[in-house]
Design a protein around this ligand. Structure first.
Ligand code: 5GP
Ligand code: ZN
Length: 119
């Protein structure tokens, strides 16, 4: 599962398509969704081209844990309101039936004052 030349998010990782970055390290990238449905709406992706959660293998356990640990930190930094009145929503669409349009694993992080647009 190395970079897929036809994958939009691999192109974002490679800097071939611009993005508004929220966070980057050697394994992960977070960037604003191009069509936000909430005041805060960004995506966290592994740089590795894993098509979806359906392809997760034991060696990805630490990486997925890292995404889950990063989500609240970035969410509050990006303007999600404090817990418990505020908070945020995580969404990981998996497969076409699950609403996945970009087949490079990504976790949506959404928050901020309501109302939100319908996704
Ligand atoms: P999915 O439906 O696969 O869970 O969500 C894919 C998300 O990626 C959508 O919310 C869509 O707006 C976002 N997206 C698609 N193409 C691009 C792009 O080129 N740049 C950015 N920043 N977001 C994108
Ligand atoms: Zn990819």
């Amino acid at each position: 599962m190395s970079a897929d030349p036809n994958c939009i998010f691999c192109k974002i990782v490679a800097g071939q398509i611009p993005s508004k970055k929220v966070f980057e390290d050697e394994e992960l990238l977070a960037f604003h969704d191009i069509h936000p449905i909430a005041p805060v709406h960004f995506l966290i992706i592994p740089k590795l081209h894993i098509p979806s959660m359906a392809q997760l293998a034991p060696e990805h356990e630490r990486l997925m844990g890292k995404i889950m640990m990063l989500a609240p930190k970035l969410a509050f930094e990006q303007g999600c309101l404090p817990y418990p009145e505020g908070g945020f929503r995580l969404l990981c669409n998996t497969g076409t039936g699950g609403g996945q349009e970009v087949h490079h694993l990504h976790v949506h992080v959404m928050g901020g004052p309501r109302p939100w647009k319908r996704g």
